[in-house]
Write a protein that binds this ligand. Structure first.
Ligand code: FAD
Length: 325
């Protein structure tokens, strides 16, 4: 019996929702491998989260509170994780499958003689090894992947693939780490970070509801309508690439193969045709509503509910109806 590690993704002292979902996935795996689940927290604020992480099934919380821990520089994180894997003897590490951490995961895998599977939407155990479910080719195929024998298993978990469930455990035991970094790891330092996003709306990768607009909006004013709809639903706003390329909405909100991946409880797409590259970033949404004036638009083939009509007629009515509730 060993430890299964979960690298906690956090912001402003709070674990992100995906971190709690990863703990649920880890507990499912640990119940089959006989491991216990330990969380790893890089950066400040670990002790304040020991309670919530414990309630979601982490028995131990490895914490490295250092300015080097969260500087958007890869190597310090890699070396800290390498140390935790080696000292704990853990064979498996789960991480949030974001671009920032994928970089860390790949370098870590080389150092610990491991493999990496990213963007897993399901995890099972067969012959003592993780078998992960993963979509490829923009979601055209669903694959099952596993690791070569004897390799450490580093698995990136997708947003909203698991529900975050409390296990009834008490606060996780905090174990403070003392990490001695190599010269290479401290060669580059971040000296200043400015937060660019000022919106009060939830981040699209985490939001329970995402409202997305495409070329069918016609111009950038169309996004004001999307924001109105988002605000009555407490949603995040996303866009197709056609809309971001036209400069109607910032690129950081682009959903799709070359943008962000969203997997909310509810996705509402207006004036979006549903090209494969867009679907790659939203088709794992639990409920999809499409509003499009072309009844043949491909998005309807993956929509749970479709409205064929002009979005400028449909969306204001929808907002009115929702506001009346
Ligand atoms: P369109 O395909 O032009 O669709 C507009 C839709 O709006 C139409 O279906 C039309 O019927 C409907 N419409 C028009 N007016 C109205 C109205 N008044 N009311 C209701 N409906 C209306 N795309 C992405 O989105 N994300 C990506 O990450 C991405 N990556 C790409 C990567 C590569 C390598 C390539 C080649 C392409 C990529 N694309 C991506 C682009 C993708 O192929 C499509 O071109 C793009 O998604 C189309 O955006 P759209 O649906 O907004 O526009």
């Amino acid at each position: 019996m060993g430890e299964l590690l979960v690298l906690i993704d956090h912001a402003e002292g709070q674990p992100r929702k995906l971190s709690l979902q990863m703990l649920t996935a880890a507990n499912q795996v640990a119940s089959q491998t006989g491991d216990t689940v330990s969380a790893v927290w890089l950066g400040e604020g670990a002790s304040g989260a020991a309670d919530v992480l414990g309630r979601h099934g982490a028995t131990k919380l490895y914490a490295w509170d250092s300015p080097d821990a969260l500087g958007y520089v890869t190597l310090p994180q890699v070396e800290a994780l390498q140390q935790v894997m080696e000292t704990s003897g853990a064979e498996i590490l789960f991480f949030a499958s974001t671009n920032l951490i994928k970089d860390v995961a790949a370098r870590l895998a080389i150092r610990v003689d491991g493999g990496v599977i990213t963007d897993a939407t399901g995890v099972e155990v067969a012959d003592g090894r993780i078998v992960a479910t993963k979509e490829i080719f923009g979601g055209e195929l669903i694959t099952k992947c596993t690791f070569a024998d004897g390799r450490k298993q580093i698995v990136g978990i997708s947003n909203n693939a698991f529900a975050a469930e409390e296990t009834g455990g008490g606060a996780a035991e905090v174990v403070n780490l003392d990490v001695s970094l190599s010269e290479a790891a401290t060669a580059a330092k971040v000296t200043n970070v400015e937060k660019q996003v000022t919106s009060d709306r939830p981040d699209i990768a985490e939001a329970a509801v995402v409202v997305a607009g495409g070329r069918g909006l016609g111009d950038e004013q169309g996004f004001e309508l999307m924001e109105q709809l988002a605000d009555v639903l407490g949603a995040g706003v996303g866009a197709s690439r056609a809309a971001t390329d036209a400069g109607w909405y910032p690129h950081r909100y682009q959903i799709g193969q070359t943008g962000r991946t969203v997997s909310p409880m509810l996705y509402i797409g207006s004036g979006i045709s549903g090209a494969i590259q867009h679907r790659a970033g939203m088709q794992t949404s639990q409920n999809i509503i499409a509003i499009n004036k072309d009844g043949e638009a491909p998005i309807f083939s993956i929509a749970d509910f479709g409205i064929v009509g002009d979005l400028y007629t449909v969306v204001p009515k929808l907002i009115e109806e929702l506001q009346a509730r």
